[in-house]
Design a protein around this ligand. Sequence first.
Ligand SMILES: [Mg+2]
Length: 188
Amino acid sequence: MNADVWAFDNDGTLYDTHLEVENAIKNLMIQYIATHYGICEKSAIKKRCALLKKYNTKYTLIALKKDGVCEDDFIQKTYLSIQPSDFGIYPSVHLKELLSSLSGDKIVLTNNPSEFAKLILSALEIENFFSQIIGMREMNYAQKPAVEAFQFLIDQLNKGKRVALIDDCKENIDVAQRIGCDICLAKL
Ligand SMILES: [Mg+2]
């Protein structure tokens, strides 16, 4: 397989235990909301749902940011407070071999904060394979499968590059095919 640019999703694509990780992060988010608004955990669960509805988003970070919460502090105390090894995320020989075998530029395209993807890549010891991580902030808060979230890939395609997307989400693969990516794999 040949491509000039390989774009990898992170969660569910580069590691498998994303549902457990997401759950742990969600619990940290509820604790954060409880502390920030000075409410009990039960009220924090309701508050989170109300904020997601108010700001019409699936992402707690986006809702809280719009509600005046410091994004960096929130990322630090939630996404960056998990220990990848607790979720079986360790250096992967398989991934290293696979990434070494692919020529071309490699990037990560993730709906989560790029800092979090960096934590995972570092735990997998594959950080050095990637020239950049495009996350929530870098996509200007657009979220895959919205086409705006694929802007970097569109720019590459417009330059005549062959682009591959590897993503565990079918909707994202559908968009990649629509915008003209050559290789679209649902999973590694
Ligand atoms: Mg995914």
